[in-house]
Design a protein around this ligand. Structure first.
Ligand code: NDP
Length: 505
């Protein structure tokens, strides 16, 4: 029996449901602490040979991965749809991201991690060659959420592997199947054994992983993220956290309203709103408020709700699991009880399908404006000025992403700089995630560290500084036994070079 088969017997299976139908589609094991221990042992044993391949040796696997993902895109998309409920289009976007990420990190890993040789201006280091190198951490744990089971899980595995680490992925117990498909994929492309392992299980399996790995990438809720970060702090291992968000979208009076409305609908409704970077609340300047509300309401009413097993059949799929439906219902009810109006939607259509909902007459203290909803809702508030919009946008403990729409790009960019969020898009939304050169990470309760860009791979490494003396003298000026003459020279040198700071002469 394989470890995973044994675990089905020992730890009891997890039932994975199809959110669109509620049917169980497969059972997977929930690995125990001892089983996680064995997996980390295996990954640790496999890692040195993987590291030794170097960037060029590893690159060829990412090229095969890119090809495999593209060739199997429909199978992968169907798997994502089946366990998460999102439309085939949105599932395909996840696959496209995987292809892009495999290509990007294959090209960029070496450039971002190659040795650096900074020049020093210090007179005390003359003749030395300085080197900064980035060495893999060893075994990386990736713990991911259910909303983007490929993009937010395997997406982080790729740079961690590219840096020369072995990786153990613990997907959400709600959506583990596409991760298991990725395990099949790495076998088919011939990735060395145990360099990438999937550990299915619930929270305890994730906690067991945190205890054993050398570095952690966590994507999930702020509540769990803080627990995980505290434990990583105690273990003194690096961790990067991508957490929740309450992303605002601001529409200024001079905005292109068609574009603003279309992108607002897309970013609020993407993955039925179950996206950390989706628009969760909208602030619109008074002169264009009515027109903007009319445009988004018309589009919301036209959205097709239901299961999408084929392209072009649905815009809004099922919420992935019942607790999510409860949160959406609670937020909508709270708003309506306190005087808000639903211009469309506001209730469950059937099963786990919630109607796309536009809420107006909302107040900043309502749950739908304060807490992460993660659902197909768009609460819209009228504001008197851009300054008021910025103040309200910042009135949250989160700081993941924001958007601002205006025809005056320069002013919009100045305002964007006042928004407390890791990413702000101007006249755009969500597209930043596909620009892998641009770091993406949250401020405040939305996380620590970032994915993408240079830091998106350096976080999976430990830095080593090397200093090599190229003109070795028998004895340095500061050498022992100390000589007053030499120290006189050192003091004189410091006085001459640093005694009159620039601007004070
Ligand atoms: P959770 O925090 O509940 O879970 C995230 C992962 O952590 C799951 O795999 C979970 O396992 C695991 N886990 C639970 N308890 C522990 C523990 N004690 N130690 C280690 N791991 C543990 O988040 P959700 O899965 O509900 O994801 C939704 C959240 O993720 C939303 O808040 C959303 O905003 C955020 N998110 C952030 C993104 C970003 O990039 N900033 C992107 C996507 C989502 P299990 O599920 O099996 O319990």
């Amino acid at each position: 029996m394989t470890l995973i088969e044994e675990a089905v017997v020992t730890a009891g299976p997890i039932s994975v449901e199809n959110p669109s139908t509620g049917e169980t589609i497969r059972q997977v094991p929930s690995l125990s602490e001892g089983e996680v221990d064995s997996l980390v042992y295996r990954a640790r044993a496999a890692q040195p040979a993987w590291e030794a391949l170097g960037f060029a040796g590893r690159r060829r696997y990412f090229k095969r991965m890119q090809k495999w993902l593209l060739e199997h895109r429909e199978q992968i998309a169907r798997q994502i749809h089946a366990e998460n409920g999102k439309s085939m289009e949105e599932a395909t976007i996840e696959v496209a991201y995987g292809v892009l990420a495999a290509s990007f990190w294959a090209r960029k890993a070496e450039a971002y991690l190659k040795d650096e040789h900074p020049h020093t201006s210090s007179p005390f280091a003359i003749g030395r060659r300085l080197t900064i190198r980035y060495a893999p951490l060893g075994v990386i744990g990736v713990i991911g959420p259910w909303n983007n089971p490929l993009l937010n899980n395997f997406g982080d595995v790729i740079p961690a592997l590219a840096a020369g680490n072995a990786v153990i992925l613990k997907p959400s117990e709600i959506t583990p199947l596409v991760s298991l498909l990725m395990a099949e994929m790495v076998e088919e492309i011939g990735l060395p054994k145990d360099v990438f392992i999937v550990a299915t299980g619930a929270g305890e399996t994730g906690a067991a992983l945190v205890e054993r790995v050398d570095g952690l990438m966590f994507t999930g809720s702020t509540r769990t993220g803080k627990k995980v970060a505290a434990r990583c702090g105690e273990r003194l291992i690096p961790c990067s956290l991508e957490l929740g968000g309450k992303d605002p979208l601001i529409v200024l009076a001079d905005a292109d309203l068609d574009r603003a409305a279309n992108l607002a609908v897309f970013s609020a409704m993407h993955n039925t709103g179950q996206t950390c970077t989706s628009t969760e609340r909208v602030y619109v300047e008074a002169p264009v408020y009515d027109e903007f509300v009319a445009k988004v309401t018309e589009t919301f009413k036209a959205l097709r709700v239901g299961e999408s097993t084929e392209f072009g059949t649905s815009d809004s799929g099922a919420l992935t699991f019942p607790p999510q439906l409860d949160i959406v219902q609670r937020h909508v009810k709270d708003a309506l009880d306190k005087g808000a109006k639903a211009l469309t939607g506001g209730r469950i259509r059937t099963g786990r399908f919630f109607e796309p909902t536009v809420l107006v007459d909302v107040e900043q203290d309502m749950a739908c404006m304060r807490e992460e909803t993660f659902g197909p809702t768009m609460p819209i508030m009228k504001v008197e000025s851009a300054e008021e919009a910025i103040r309200l946008a910042n009135d949250t403990s989160y700081g993941l992403q924001a958007s601002i729409f205006s025809r005056d790009g320069k002013r919009a960019e100045q305002l964007a700089r006042q928004i407390e969020a890791g990413t702000v898009t101007i006249n755009d939304s969500l597209a930043n995630y596909f620009a892998l050169e641009l770091p993406m990470g949250g401020w405040k309760d939305s996380g620590l560290g970032s994915r993408h860009g240079r830091e998106g791979i350096r976080k999976f490494t430990r830095r080593q500084s090397l200093m090599r003396t190229r003109m070795p003298m028998k004895k340095e000026l500061h050498g022992m036994p100390f000589e007053p003459k030499n120290f006189g020279l050192i003091v004189k040198m410091v006085e001459t070079l640093y005694g009159r700071p620039r601007g004070t002469r």
